[in-house]
Design a protein. Structure first.
Length: 132
């Protein structure tokens, strides 16, 4: 995108545990290149990995696409997640806890991130922001 006022990164991939790890590592490289603190990088990497893994686990019988877009602004890092899996709100920290991953993920979201969910036609869309 020409003339963008802020650094951004976008990655789409076939949902799998292996691809989630690769996407997480690419996000780390992007954030390091843009001089984001290690503390924030690790939190963002956890969100990328854990949200991807939850989507994969909730859609074990379906082949789907996950997309992440990150934007770096002066005071925050925005993370946009989209997937075409079953309708499932990743940002709902009041959802019934069914396993340790969901417990850990919800604790992480409650502690560090502002989050919002949007259901669009055939897509789940979650937005997370973390202060820098």
């Amino acid at each position: 995108v020409k003339d963008c006022d802020f650094p951004f990164f976008s990655k789409s991939f076939i949902a799998s545990k292996e691809n989630a790890i690769l996407a997480r590592d690419e996000v780390q490289d992007f954030l390091l290149k843009n001089k984001i603190s290690e503390k924030i990088i690790y939190k963002v990497m956890l969100i990328i990995e854990e949200s991807s893994m939850m989507v994969v686990e909730k859609n074990s019988k379906k082949k789907l696409i996950i997309q992440f877009t990150l934007q770096i602004h002066n005071n925050e890092v925005l993370i946009f997640e989209r997937d075409n899996g079953i309708h499932f709100e990743l940002s709902d920290t009041d959802a019934k806890i069914t396993d340790f991953r969901q417990y850990f993920y919800n604790s992480l979201l409650d502690s560090y991130f502002h989050k919002q969910y949007f259901l669009t036609i055939d897509y789940n869309r979650n937005i997370f922001s973390i202060k820098r």
